[in-house]
Write a protein that binds this ligand. Sequence first.
Ligand SMILES: [Fe+2]
Ligand SMILES: [Fe+2]
Length: 275
Amino acid sequence: MNTEELMQIALDMVGFSEIPGDSTIYVRGKDIKRVLFGVDLGVPELVMAHNLGYDCCLAHHPQGGRAFAKYFEVLWKHKPLLMNAGVPERLAEEAVSPLVETARITNQSRNLYHAPSVAERLGMPYLNIHNPLDELGRRIMDQTVRNSVDKSGTVQDVVNALMGLEEFERATTEIMIPVGRLDNGAGKVVVAHGAGTNGGYSVAKAYFDHGIGTVIYIHINPGDLKRLQEYGKGNLVITGHIASDMVGINPYLKELRKRGITVDELDRDPGLQGT
Ligand SMILES: [Fe+2]
Ligand SMILES: [Fe+2]
């Protein structure tokens, strides 16, 4: 298998026709049989993989190059998610714009070619697959909640549904409800994931202002959370970053193994050992 095929398998699993801005092949390679996967896989792990004889390194989170430079494009994916939930286009755009602008400015301070240049020097095929696997995870989480929580369901029912997924059931992290309460009615539920990162204050507020009762984020920064707590509307469910990322990553790694690739994993929750 080559690096292009590794990427294509992920794109095919979600029906994407092009590689999103936050994913890229840094160093191309072929005849790949042993892959080292890490949610975060940068310079130290590249050196380790080289020393251990792996023939490809696969990261989830962006590690440089185009995946840094074009990362902001993926944040716009919050816009159709908001519109699907009933937020008018102009307001959806206003909610997402601050995230995009922050990402574009932050990116100007970053060293885009550090890890990719190390991989190149080592001759190590190297890629990251971010949004396709987050989108896969979003669909699985969304379907899981839809399958077992009806209109009269509570936030507790939403949490129970998510706990039916092994990644949450066996995770070291816990699902948190930092805004709202477990015994509240869940109302309409949105899984706001698969768009680069969480939508912070502005995106959650737009959902709550337009009839969504429960927003699911995989993580949030404390500053944005404080503002949402002060706003005091709706229920916010935080499912835990790596456990949630693994919901989309696991089916993809399973698919690679099915095709005969050996995949060893870093960043695996000890709770999921042996699965
Ligand atoms: Fe992710
Ligand atoms: Fe992540």
